[in-house]
Design a binder for this molecule. Structure first.
Ligand code: PLP
Length: 396
């Protein structure tokens, strides 16, 4: 129904609902639904028929090989979820109890939890407006101020703790400035563990995200670009580290025909064969999924050009994003409109979500060391994720 034009401009939340409805129509739409367009049922049937649904079976090896090949990583180790992948990756990178682990404040809480499980303390750094990931310039300034360099690495001059590791994250699938961050980490003798949970199919230059540090991790949770129901993977080019990751995530059991010898405190983090079977089928659909997400970006792009107060997030220069979650960024002048927009869109049946609460504001992490976080705090009030499922364009 067209309304006659009036002098009073329509409220921002109404214009946003109208733009979304232009692309999506009137139906209800989730923020992100999985797509099953390939051989999912056949693979699951094959897995069940074989009776190998649990901790051993050929789909796990097949999935690991396929992930390694897809990402260009020498090895991939499949595990039960992305958070466990990160916990083990941090442990293998050498994170010890009492260490500080530098990470963005604007990330999913799992990034911080993984460090905490090891007895380490997250140390939060600021984000960049260009790519929503760690800002290398701000981080360089901050490290110059906070770090006391020792013969063995970096120490926080205020807390006295060793700063051992940097965890860059590729937000909503947009690659951060990973090369500069790795350079900075080298200057301060920090290991790099890349949280690429959201960025399967995203490239910095022509290199896949998650392959720049000593290890990287992926997530295959139900809301990610592909899913295994629940799952994750550790990526690494270091064969020794990969073998150790496999050992640690499979209860550290020493190979023997019948004896139970476990030579360190391992974890039962192995991805079950049933989940890997789903993953094998899902991975085949990546080209289609990426193409759909890219078309969705161009559709949204056309609809949001006339709304000056919002910007649709685009892939950073020189990078290829998987466009996992489509993102609107509100101008600072209208950040007070975020909640009315969330309210109006959700009332209309369109699932939209704000960014995470920055982790330094969450009760378990309120006392952690923090760099100044002006950009992360501002972005957290201005980000709105909008419906992003691949099926919104590709009706398979
Ligand atoms: C999803 C996600 C994780 C954790 O993955 P799970 O599989 O849900 O445990 C970690 N970090 C980021 C940034 C994520 O988005």
């Amino acid at each position: 129904m067209k309304q006659s034009s009036s002098q009073i401009p329509r409220p921002l939340h109404e214009r946003i609902v109208a733009s979304l409805a232009d692309v999506l129509g009137d139906g209800k739409h989730a923020l992100h639904e999985p797509s099953f367009m390939g051989e999912e049922l056949q693979c699951l049937k094959e897995c069940i028929s074989s009776t190998y649904v649990s901790s051993v079976g050929p789909f796990v090896d097949r999935f690991e090989k396929a992930i390694a090949e897809y990402t260009g990583s020498r090895r991939a180790v499949a595990v039960v979820n992305g958070t466990s992948a990160l916990q083990v990756a941090l442990q293998l990178a050498g994170v010890k109890a009492g260490d500080e682990v530098v990470m963005p404040a604007l990330t999913f809480v799992g990034t911080a939890n993984a460090a905490r499980y090891l007895g380490a303390t997250p140390h939060f750094a600021d984000s960049s407006l260009n790519n929503l990931g760690l800002d290398p310039d701000a981080l360089q300034e901050w490290l110059k101020y906070v770090v006391e360099k020792t013969s063995t690495g970096s120490r926080n001059r205020f807390t006295g703790s060793r700063i051992s590791t940097l965890v860059p994250m590729h937000t909503f699938g947009h690659p951060c400035e990973i090369e500069r961050l790795v350079g900075l980490a080298n200057d301060y003798q920090l290991r790099v563990v890349e949280d690429a949970a959201e960025s399967l199919g995203s490239y910095f230059g022509d290199r896949h995200t998650g392959t720049f540090g000593c290890c990287g991790i992926l997530s295959f949770n139900g809301n990610k670009i592909i899913t295994t129901g629940g799952g994750g993977a550790i990526l690494t080019n270091d064969i020794g580290l990969a073998d150790h990751a496999k050992h640690l995530t499979t209860t550290a059991k020493v190979n023997h025909r019948w004896d139970y010898v476990h030579d360190e405190v391992g974890y039962n983090f192995r991805m079950p064969n049933l989940n890997a079977a789903l993953g094998c089928a899902q991975l085949e659909s990546m080209p289609k999924l990426l193409a759909s997400k890219r078309s969705l970006t161009s559709l949204y792009s056309k609809c949001f050009t006339d709304i000056a107060e919002v910007t649709l997030m685009k892939e950073p220069h020189g990078c290829t994003s998987n466009y996992w979650l489509q993102t609107l960024i509100l101008a600072e002048s209208v950040s007070d409109q975020r909640d009315p927009i969330l309210e109006a869109t959700n009332n209309f049946g369109l699932s939209t979500r704000p960014a995470w609460r920055p982790i330094h504001q969450l009760p378990p992490y309120i006392n952690c060391p923090c760099a100044p976080l002006p950009v992360a705090e501002s972005l957290a009030l201005r980000i709105i994720n909008i419906p992003s499922s691949a099926k919104l364009v590709c009706r398979a």
